[in-house]
Every structure is written in C-alpha cells, then in structure tokens.
Design a protein. Structure first.
Length: 176
C-alpha cells in the first residue's frame, strides 16, 4: 500500500515510534529514519545524541525529571561492520551482539518480545540495512502482543532484497 507519509503522520494523533528504510530516488543511497514520540512526561523527556563508538543513543533531556530509564534510554541506531540496525528499544543491542557473533537479525529477535508496559505492550519495531558492493538490502520486523494478550507474542519479519529507487517501507508501533 502506498501512502503519503508526511500527510499520514500529520493526520495521526499518536504514531508512537516509527522506522523508515528505503532507497533514494536517484538510486544512489540508502535512507534510514527513526522517530520517537512519548505519552508520559518521562517518555517525552528524551533526545538523541551521537554515540562516539557506533551510532545514536537516547538520553534524558532533563536528568532531574528522569523517573524510570528502562524503556526510554537505549541506542536506537548501532553499526556493526556493514550492518546498520535501528529499533525502538534495547533490542538494538541484542541485534548488534548477534550480528557481531555471525548470527542473524531473525535469530536475535526470536529472543525478544514486546515491551513489558501493560496494558500497552508496546510493539518492538526493528530494521537493518546490510551494505554490499554499491548496494544494500534491508529487513524490518515487529514483535507485538497477540491482540493485547501479554502472554502471547507475534513476530513478523519483512525482507527487501532488491530495494527500488524512490521507494521505502515504514513500520510503526501503533495502528491509530
């Protein structure tokens, strides 16, 4: 399904977190984007900063307002060799460790589930872009509860082996 992404996001009162991966219109570059929104004051109290070693981290904008860092402080982007991973949580580290050990994106995410934040059970969204000689491929994933059932996880994986110039794919945490 093709959508006008800026318009779709403007019409959505709460898209949550989202990942977009695709190929630029000229076919020369990969495009990887991630955005965050938060409902709670704690969740809205975060910003991105470059990590000096290999990616981007979130951090509290105002340390005095930080209540619980467990679900809001993480590395949404990490780079391991020719693989760039982007996620909405600490599963980035799991993916990084698995890739570093020669394992796969899917293997890493099969060890994870949605966020432990009932009643929301926020989905974990993830993506990787794997770069090869003058091109790349990418994958996206969402791990979510089975219709709000905190005891059942659904894992979905999407693979884009031959990205098309000017086309990207978008995955986000909430339907509305």
């Amino acid at each position: 399904m093709r959508i006008d992404l800026p318009n779709a996001l403007c019409e959505n009162t709460y898209p949550g977190r989202g990942i977009i991966i695709g190929k630029t219109a000229d076919g020369r570059h990969a495009a990887v984007a991630y955005f965050i929104m938060g409902r709670s004051e704690n969740s809205r109290n975060r910003i991105f900063e470059e990590n000096e070693t290999n990616g981007i981290r979130t951090r509290a904008y105002d340390e005095s307002k930080l209540v619980d860092p467990s679900l809001i402080i993480y590395s949404p982007v990490r780079v391991c060799g020719d693989v760039t991973s982007v996620t909405n949580g600490d599963q980035t580290d799991t993916i990084y460790d698995y890739i570093k050990d020669g394992k796969t994106f899917e293997e890493a995410l099969r060890t994870r589930t949605f966020e432990p934040d009932p009643p929301n059970f926020t989905p974990r969204i993830s993506g990787i872009a794997t770069f090869a000689e003058n091109d790349f491929s990418y994958k996206l994933s969402i791990l979510k509860s089975n219709d709000g059932n905190g005891g059942s996880v659904l894992r979905f994986f999407y693979e884009y082996a031959q990205p098309v110039a000017g086309e990207g794919h978008f995955i986000h945490t909430y339907q509305c």
